[in-house]
Unconditional design. Structure first.
Length: 328
C-alpha cells in the first residue's frame, strides 16, 4: 500500500492518478474532504482507505505494516493563512510525526516543501539542503516559514546521524498549475482563475508591476505543470537510492504575460489584458522573480523534460478546462 497525505488535494490527487496509471493497485489517502466538491478530485479512483488527518495515528497503528511508501503532500497551503498555530500543527508537527514513523518502520518518505521558502528570491533559488545554506533563507509568510522549519529540522536530523527513513526526499515545488486545483479558491493558479474570462473572449486582469525593472506583466515565475511534478515523484519511487532536498520547477522562468498569452492561444483568441494595482498589503511580500535551479535533480539522474508554459497550458486547456469533465 502507498499512503498519500493530502491525496484529495491538487498535487496529491494528481499523484494518486499517476500511481494508478502506473499500475499501483493499493493506495490509501489521508485528507479532509469538507462539504464542497473536493471529493471529485478522487472521483475516478479506487482507494483502499480514506483517512481523516486526526485518524492518521490510529491508521498507522492498525494498518501501518501494509504501508510501503509515503508521499506527504498534506499541508495548510494557503500563503494568506494567518493562524500560525494551525499552520505549525499541520505543516511541522504532522510532518515530524510521519518522519519518525517512516524512520522506525523502514518506509521511504517523499514530502512537499515549497519554493516559497526562498523568500523574496534575492538569495537565489539553489536547493542546497545543508544547515548552513538553509539558515540564510528568509521566508515571507507563515506557510513558507513552516515548510522551511521542517526542511531545517530534517537537515539537522540527517547531519547529526539520527534515525531517518531509508529514502527521504523534500521537494521544493515552484508555481504548479493543472487539473484538480478547482477547490483552491484564491490559491488557484492564474491560468485556472483566468480561464472563464479568456474562454469568453473577455480581458484578463493582471497586477501592474511596482518595480521599475519589471514591466506590467513582466513579473517572472517558474510555472511547472502538475503532470511533470508527478513524473518526478514516480521517478523517485523507482530510484530509492536518491535522497535529499530538490527543486521541482522547469528551470526556465516565464512572465505572466507569456502565461496568459499561452492561455489565449490555446483557446484560439487574441490576448486581451487589463491592469490593476497590486494590493498594498502584499506589495512588500511579493516575489517578482522565481526560477528553479535544477542541477541537483538532474545530477541525481532525473532526465525527463519539463513542459514549457505554452505546452503545459495547451494540455490543461484542451484536455481539462475546455471539457465537460475537467478532473483528472
Amino acid at each position: 500500500m502507498i499512503l498519500v497525505t493530502g491525496g484529495a488535494g491538487f498535487i496529491g490527487s494528481n499523484l494518486v492518478a499517476g500511481l494508478q496509471d502506473e499500475g499501483v493497485a493499493s493506495v490509501a489517502v489521508c485528507d479532509r474532504l469538507g462539504a464542497e466538491d473536493k471529493w471529485r478530485n478522487l472521483g475516478k479512483r479506487g482507494l483502499d482507505e480514506v483517512v481523516a488527518p486526526e485518524g492518521l495515528g490510529d491508521f498507522l497503528r492498525s494498518s501501518g505494516e501494509l504501508v510501503r511508501y509515503v508521499f506527504h503532500m498534506g499541508a495548510v497551503s494557503a500563503t494568506t493563512e494567518r493562524d500560525a498555530d494551525l499552520i505549525i500543527e499541520t505543516n511541522l508537527r504532522l510532518s515530524q510525526t510521519l518522519w519518525r514513523w517512516c524512520a522506525q518502520s523502514g518506509v521511504p518518505l517523499v514530502y512537499a516543501s515549497s519554493a516559497a521558502t526562498y523568500g523574496d528570491g534575492t538569495g537565489g533559488f539553489d536547493d542546497d539542503g545543508s544547515q548552513a545554506a538553509l539558515s540564510l533563507l528568509r521566508p515571507m509568510n507563515a506557510y513558507a516559514w513552516s515548510k522551511h522549519l521542517f526542511d531545517r529540522w530534517v537537515a539537522r536530523r540527517v547531519s547529526e546521524g539520527d534515525d531517518a527513513p531509508p529514502q527521504w526526499v523534500g521537494l521544493k515545488f515552484f508555481n504548479v498549475y493543472g487539473p484538480n486545483e478547482y477547490h483552491k479558491g484564491d490559491m488557484m493558479s492564474v491560468v485556472c482563475k483566468a480561464y472563464p474570462q479568456a474562454a469568453a473572449g473577455d480581458p484578463v486582469t493582471l497586477f501592474r508591476s511596482h518595480k521599475d525593472e519589471y514591466p506590467d506583466g513582466g513579473q517572472v515565475r517558474d510555472f511547472v505543470y502538475v503532470g511533470d511534478c508527478v513524473r518526478v515523484m514516480l521517478w523517485l519511487m523507482k530510484n530509492r537510492h536518491v535522497s535529499g532536498l530538490f527543486n521541482v520547477g522547469t528551470g526556465r522562468g516565464q512572465t505572466f504575460q507569456e502565461l496568459i498569452g499561452a492561455l489565449f492561444t490555446a483557446l484560439g483568441h487574441e490576448p486581451r489584458l487589463n491592469w490593476i494595482d497590486m494590493p498594498v498589503e502584499i506589495r512588500d511580500r511579493y516575489q517578482y522573480y522565481t526560477q528553479a535551479e535544477m542541477s541537483r535533480l538532474y545530477s541525481a539522474g532525473y532526465d525527463l523534460p519539463f513542459l514549457t508554459v505554452e505546452d503545459g497550458v495547451k494540455d490543461y486547456v484542451v484536455n481539462y478546462l475546455a471539457t465537460d469533465d475537467p478532473y483528472r
